[in-house]
Design a protein around this ligand. Structure first.
Ligand code: CP
Length: 309
């Protein structure tokens, strides 16, 4: 039996390098299948989604992925149009959605929300972003992008830049990278440094430097992973205004980077990557979003098929 069958995806911490490699292998397989064969993978299966926070990529890539493997999707993208507005609890909403579908994708502002949902749901739950804690399928997409674009992950020098305090993609990515032999440099404003309590375990497996100066390591980096400053998570707008626009990757900075470095971003971006960068060979963030559809299709195919596909 395929080890991912009927399992939740709650935390990236539940996965190891061997499992990542297996997911990448299936992603490659799915990318190489002809459309008709691809549509057989989840024929007749239904995905439901429940998004308590806004999303463009995650929700639509799940929908697009499910359609590409022959399944269908239904769900709630605007929570104000659901019975949550009448006071229905998350628990009851999850219970109902798991009756109507084969797998449930949840985004919620609270840490622990997906774990909680998985204990209630009769169907597998995929965490599509929980509070400031985790975004595991984003990390799988990020690793896959690095592997595809750099042909390896081990041995790379990776800079992670921006909002390291509130950016949940950062915590999932660091946990995932802890399975590899990489050199990591964290660059953020002082007030947005990584939360030390959240990386207690990661620190045992992954060594990294912390800096406020984007120029300190920029010449050495193979991967420049940029994140948005998460305005919506600041308790105080004044604090946000102090760090807004702290780092901007523009053509001047690009000139200092390695010729074959790649620039990634989970998106959405605001002003932290200049649009001048978009047409350079180093910009891989839109490609990263495309890989997200394929990695999610592979995950859905593995979770919903006992013997893989
Ligand atoms: N990367 C990501 O999670 O994007 P969305 O918020 O648009 O889903």
């Amino acid at each position: 039996m395929n080890e991912f069958y009927n399992k939740d995806i709650i935390s990236i911490k539940d996965y190891n390098k061997e499992q990542f490699e297996k997911i990448f292998e299936y992603t490659d397989k799915i990318m190489n299948l002809d459309p008709a064969a691809r549509r057989e993978i989840c024929k007749g299966k239904t995905l439901s989604y429940l998004f308590y926070e806004p999303s463009t990529r995650t929700r639509m890539s799940f929908e697009s992925a499910m359609a590409s493997i022959g399944g269908n999707s239904l769900g709630i993208s605007d929570i104000s149009s659901s019975s949550t507005q009448k006071g229905e609890s998350l628990a009851d909403t999850v219970k109902i959605m798991s009756i109507y579908s084969d797998i449930l994708v949840l985004r919620h502002p609270l840490d622990g929300s997906s774990r909680f949902a998985s204990e209630i749901s009769s169907k597998p739950v995929i965490n599509a972003g929980s509070g400031t804690e985790e975004h595991p399928t984003q990390a799988i997409q990020d690793l896959f992008t690095i592997k595809k674009e750099k042909k390896k992950i081990d041995g790379l020098k990776i800079g992670i830049i921006g909002d390291l305090k509130y950016g949940r993609t950062v915590y999932s990515l660091l946990s995932a990278l802890a399975n590899y032999d990489v050199e990591v440099h964290l660059i953020s404003p002082e007030s947005l440094r990584i939360r030390s309590d959240s990386i207690y375990e990661i620190r045992k497996k992954l060594s990294f430097t912390e800096s406020t100066d984007i120029e300190e390591y920029i010449e050495d980096l193979d991967v420049v992973y940029v994140t948005r400053i998460q305005k919506e998570r600041f308790p105080d707008e004044e604090e946000y205004l102090k760090v807004k626009g702290s780092y901007v990757i523009g053509l001047d900075l690009l000139k200092k980077m390695k010729d074959d470095s790649i620039i990634l971003h989970p998106l959405p971006r605001l002003d932290e990557i200049s649009t001048d960068i978009d047409n350079t060979k180093n910009a891989k963030y839109f490609q990263q979003a495309e890989y997200g559809k394929h990695t999610r299709a592979a995950l859905l195919g593995l979770i919903l098929n006992e013997n893989g596909f």
